[in-house]
Design a protein around this ligand. Structure first.
Ligand code: S3P
Length: 449
């Protein structure tokens, strides 16, 4: 393995082209190790929720360290079109809450960009408000399933019109809502959150049972904004008609972002990476737990617990063995499963992921995307309907790989490029800005040693 720092190159002509979206080809070359203490940008899920709850609260919410990325920008822009005043003052984002009934009618469609969280949470929120809104998104988002959200909302009385009964563009016409008891069949935090946001304006107490153990930021943050919400091991209950009180929100670092440096430090011998102030919410750290089972040297230190567990992550390199990921743990590492596949090629023996069919309806089909790119790099992966099987150790060869316009695929294969032989080109790598605009800058810093 050569010891050179990675490069990022861009075709400046297409980058400057105004008519077509900017396209960046990232070039990653092998490095000996990664070392440093990167600052991890704010958690994407918490950032979306802080804007949305701030918008419907009474009073002014101050958010510190919000993630500044395209997805979060989509939520902010939609809320602004609904009349919410959001400003940036230094490190703080100020949201002038308008209460549950203070939004204004948007004059044109709300563009959720690439962000499923924006669209699904707004579907729930707007269902019980006295206005009509059209929600749309980019080429990826208009192909993602929305009926899973529409179905419980319609049971509550929501009026939703979906394209071909399944997709965006879609229209939400505010209607009086009634509480429901809903047995959630998909372990999706976005669906759960949409129901909870609708439940705020529903008549009576809504109860959600079933697959409720996905990320719990909405539950925690509603409580932080003064809402009485009852969360037990088997059910979530929320009474409608409650109002939210503005409160300061500090957004911790995103563990799904930290995951890239955790993987790089684990896989490259002699590496050491330390990250402070990262969310260590148990519903989000399945990737860390899986790597630890594989033999990784990761030490967590929780420094504060409320409203979100936050702390320090220290990683040193280690040799890995394969692991089995069961359906029950999938929600806690769903966004890290492409990266886990990359790591699995460097783990001795079999890594098996089961019960992760949700990967097929993310920003792209992440099972097929990972298989295509791993094969381009000379590795083998068994594709399954609901996951994958990889047997290591395998040598990856530098190759041209595709992002499939999916930020997590672009970043996972940039990490693969750090230990592949030769140079790896990642096409359409500009999509990292959806969740981590500084990704390539931080990569350059960590590999400069
Ligand atoms: C998210 C939930 C997850 C995750 C997405 C963010 C959220 O999606 O994949 O990146 O903020 O609620 P699902 O809830 O659809 O699994």
């Amino acid at each position: 393995m050569t010891h050179r720092s990675n490069l990022v190159s861009a075709d400046s002509t297409t980058l400057r082209g105004a008519a077509s979206p900017s396209r960046l080809v990232a070039t990653v070359v092998p490095v000996a190790r990664v070392e440093g203490s990167p600052t991890i940008p704010g958690d994407k899920s918490i950032s979306h929720r802080s804007l949305i709850l701030g918008a419907i609260a009474g009073g002014v919410t101050e958010i510190t360290d919000i993630l500044e990325s395209e997805d979060v920008q989509s939520t902010a822009a939609c809320l602004q079109k609904l009349g919410v005043h959001i400003t940036k003052v230094g490190e703080r984002t100020i949201v002038n809450g308008r209460g549950m009934n203070g939004f204004s009618q948007a004059t044109n469609a709300l563009d959720c960009g690439n962000s499923g969280t924006t669209m699904r949470l707004l579907m729930g929120l707007l269902s019980g408000m006295g206005l009509e809104a059209e929600l749309t998104g980019d080429a990826s988002l208009v192909r993602r399933p929305m009926k899973r959200v529409a179905e419980p909302l319609r049971q509550m009385g929501a009026k939703l019109l979906l394209s071909r009964e399944q997709f965006a563009p879609l229209t939400v016409s505010g209607a009086p809502l009634k509480a429901i008891r809903y047995d959630l069949k998909i372990a999706s935090a976005q669906v759960k959150s949409a129901i909870l946001l609708a439940a705020l304006s529903a008549d009576g107490e809504t109860e959600i049972t079933g697959e409720i153990h996905s990320r719990d930021h909405t539950e925690r943050m509603l409580h932080h904004f003064g809402v009485a919400i009852d969360v037990s091991a088997t059910a979530i209950r929320l009474r409608g008609g409650q109002s939210l009180q503005a409160t300061p929100v500090h957004v911790p670092g995103d563990p799904s972002t930290a995951a890239f440096w955790i993987a790089a430090a684990t896989l490259l011998p002699g590496s050491r990476v330390r990250m402070e102030n990262v969310s260590l919410n148990p519903t989000r750290i399945g990737f860390i737990r899986a790597l630890q089972r594989m033999g990784a040297n990761i030490v967590l230190d929780v420094t504060s617990e409320h409203p979100e567990p936050v702390g320090r992550i220290e990683v040193r390199s280690a040799t890995l063995k394969g692991v089995t990921i069961t359906e029950a743990e999938v929600p806690s590492l769903i966004d890290e499963l492409p990266l886990l596949a990359v790591a699995a090629t460097q783990a001795l023996g079999e890594t098996l992921v089961e019960g992760a069919a949700e990967l097929r309806v993310k920003e792209t089909d992440r099972i097929d995307a990972v298989a295509t790119n791993l094969r381009a790099m000379g590795a083998e992966m068994e594709v399954r309907a609901d996951g994958y099987r990889i047997v290591g150790l395998q040598t990856l060869h530098g190759a041209t790989v595709r992002s499939f316009h999916d930020h997590r695929i672009a970043m996972a294969f940039s990490i693969a490029g750090l230990f592949a032989t030769g140079q790896t080109l990642i096409e359409d790598a500009q999509c990292v800005a959806i969740s981590y605009p500084e990704f390539y800058g931080t990569l350059a810093e960590l590999t400069r040693t």
